[in-house]
Design a protein around this ligand. Structure first.
Ligand SMILES: [Zn+2]
Length: 225
């Protein structure tokens, strides 16, 4: 194939991306962030893309941003989904270790994926305090067994006060999401009071929720924080 020069468009910088797999119709590209994208051969032909001497695909910056931007967003969504899964599945573990979480700043200030309008991400200690200090709001009967169920997520409208929350039952283990009510004001006010009483004072935990789960797990009793 002869190299064509495009005289209509101004030259755009190209980024060389290695090919890690080719199955005859689809190329798998991997960039420096180790993000992978699969590109159909026809897209390479249609965009008039060429390869360099190391057999890397030369992609104009604008196209690179589209392809790898999508991959980056997909990776971010996957990581966030995983974080929510770890969080929602281990609510009973956090509850059983509530004293430890309240007394150790590294645990207290570990961020959860729960974001509250006006306060950002809520740390584990604030959540535990909400369960203990505001039981009427954050400690509900389980919709399935009527047992003890903890609110671990809520959202809603500051205007109407309408809310939707999720609970994890300590007795039967059921997670129920999308329970609607008119409690947004109560949820948010409780969080505000707790945050005011427990200023973050610049401390931020370097532990992730995954670390906490691994370390609080009964199988890892020897672990020292
Ligand atoms: Zn239950």
């Amino acid at each position: 194939m002869t190299a064509k020069t495009n005289r209509q468009k101004p030259a755009e910088a190209a980024i060389a991306v290695p090919i890690v797999r080719y199955d005859g119709s689809e190329y798998t590209l991997q960039n420096e962030e180790r993000l992978q994208v699969c590109i159909d051969r026809s897209l390479i032909i249609d965009n008039g893309l060429t390869f360099d001497l190391q057999n890397r695909l030369l992609i104009p910056e604008s196209l690179y941003d589209i392809w790898f931007g999508r991959a980056r967003e997909a990776q971010r969504c996957k990581a966030e989904k995983h974080r929510w899964k770890v969080y929602s599945e281990h609510i009973p573990l956090f509850w059983h270790h509530r004293e430890q979480i309240l007394s150790d700043p590294k645990l207290f200030f570990t961020e959860t994926p729960l974001r509250v309008y006006g306060f950002g991400e809520i740390c584990l200690g604030i959540l535990v305090k909400a369960w203990i200090d505001y039981p009427n709001t954050f400690y509900k009967p389980c919709p399935k067994c009527k047992g003890r169920s903890l609110v671990f997520s809520f959202s809603g409208s500051p205007m109407s006060g309408m809310s939707s929350h999720s609970v994890h039952c300590l007795d039967c283990g059921t997670v129920t999401s999308g329970i609607s009510g008119g409690e947004f004001g109560a949820f948010r006010a409780a969080i505000r009071y707790i945050i005011q009483a427990n200023p973050v004072s610049g401390y931020s935990s370097t532990l992730s929720l995954n670390d906490i789960v691994t370390r609080l797990d009964p199988c890892n009793k020897d672990f020292i924080f």
